[in-house]
Design a protein around this ligand. Structure first.
Ligand code: PMP
Length: 361
């Protein structure tokens, strides 16, 4: 059978060894005689799993002790609400840097809860989109926080520098880049990420928040979005998504066994380079993002003759290369190559692209 490679932007493919392990212990986890999803989240077995998962994540990202890790519901969009509901005090303003579709959506939600100042940071240079260096963002020194999205999943734009925001807490939507490379967490006030790309299945959201930012929630903040309630209750104020938490724990172990984030960064770089190099060398395909802001996780590309798009997608699927259709806002194609995508998957894509180009080009 042809090897299947799934390029979906999320929910995305998970590492095969993780899925195989989950399968093997599906009906009897840890000799309990039950599936992990059937156990009480407050029982000692699950509590141990939960704290081991947090310890592994802390180790992988080298999270300082003055940060809490919260395991939440609600996805990235849940955090679009939770961030202002917890960090934007009455009468305060927050700065939101817009670099693409997801940071724009974050603004629309935050505007319901307070004053938001928008900083548009993408410019077009020679037909390519590029992000203004952060020293040109002109951040308001009195802002309650600065929000940005280091990797725009839809647009394929990544910001590799960590913006310098002085005393203003930096908040990052890392849904599609977390765990793809090492990170200096101490530069951030808060980081959040929906799980369904590099962490596990959908249904779980990770929040990493500096202690001093907890406890500033608005009076009307719903309890399940309240960082203080979540933190005080070990992320178990309400029933957490236990099976997603379990799968995340297996993904963290898989990452550690592979050698951690330095190793993953190298692999991700090799994968992205393999695809970008081919796109750049071709007269048939192109990408519209400037080299220094090209995402290493989500790679949009276009056929110069877009009347061939449907044929490209049908043939790609027949060759075991799934979910390459670009987001409807951007069009064309998009290859999402998160941690679980092996280099062989990207090589298979490039070789298919070459064949397709030869056949119809
Ligand atoms: N932010 C980013 C960067 C995303 O990629 C996504 C989902 N693709 C979201 C937010 C929204 O996440 P969710 O669907 O989990 O609410």
């Amino acid at each position: 059978m042809t090897e299947i490679y799934n390029f979906c932007a999320g929910p995305a493919m998970l590492p095969k060894p993780v899925m195989q392990r989950a399968q093997s212990e599906f009906l009897n986890w840890n000799n309990t005689g039950c599936s992990v999803m059937e156990l009480s989240h407050r029982g000692s077995e699950f509590m141990q799993l939960a704290s081991d998962a947090e310890a592994d994540l802390r180790e992988l990202l080298n999270i300082p002790d003055n940060y809490k890790v919260l395991f939440c519901h609600g996805g990235g969009r849940g955090q679009f609400s939770a961030v202002p509901l917890n960090l934007l005090g009455a009468g305060k303003t927050a700065d939101y840097v817009v670099t693409g579709s997801w940071s724009k959506s974050a603004v629309s939600e935050a505007e319901k809860f307070g004053n938001i100042r928008v900083i548009n940071a993408v410019i077009e240079d020679d037909g390519k989109k590029t992000v203004l260096p952060s020293e040109h963002w002109r951040i308001n020194k009195d802002a309650a926080f600065v929000h940005y999205c280091p990797n725009e999943t839809v647009d394929g734009i990544e910001i590799f520098e960590i913006p310098e925001t002085g005393d203003v807490p930096l908040v990052a939507d890392m849904s599609s880049t977390i765990l793809s490379r090492p990170l200096d967490v101490s530069k951030f006030g808060l980081i959040y990420a929906g799980a369904q790309k590099n962490i596990g299945p959908s249904g779980l959201t990770i929040v990493i928040v500096r202690d001093d930012l907890i406890g500033q929630q608005q009076m009307t903040t719903p309890v399940i979005l309240d960082y203080k309630v979540t933190s005080d209750n070990g992320s178990m104020f309400n029933t957490p998504p236990t099976y997603a938490w379990y799968l995340a724990s297996l993904v963290f172990q898989w990452l550690k066994d592979l050698g951690g984030l330095d190793m993953m960064a190298k692999l991700n770089q090799d994968k992205a380079q393999c695809l970008y190099n081919y796109i750049d060398s071709s007269e048939f395909y192109y990408n519209t993002i400037a080299a220094n802001n090209r995402s290493s996780m989500n790679i949009p590309f276009f056929l110069k003759d877009d009347s061939l798009n449907a044929e490209f997608l049908t043939e790609a699927k027949a060759n075991g290369l799934l979910a390459l259709k670009g987001h409807r806002i951007v069009g064309g194609m998009r290859a999402s190559i998160y941690n679980a995508m092996p280099l062989e998957g990207v090589q298979a894509l490039v070789s298919f692209m070459q064949q397709f180009e030869k056949k119809v080009g």
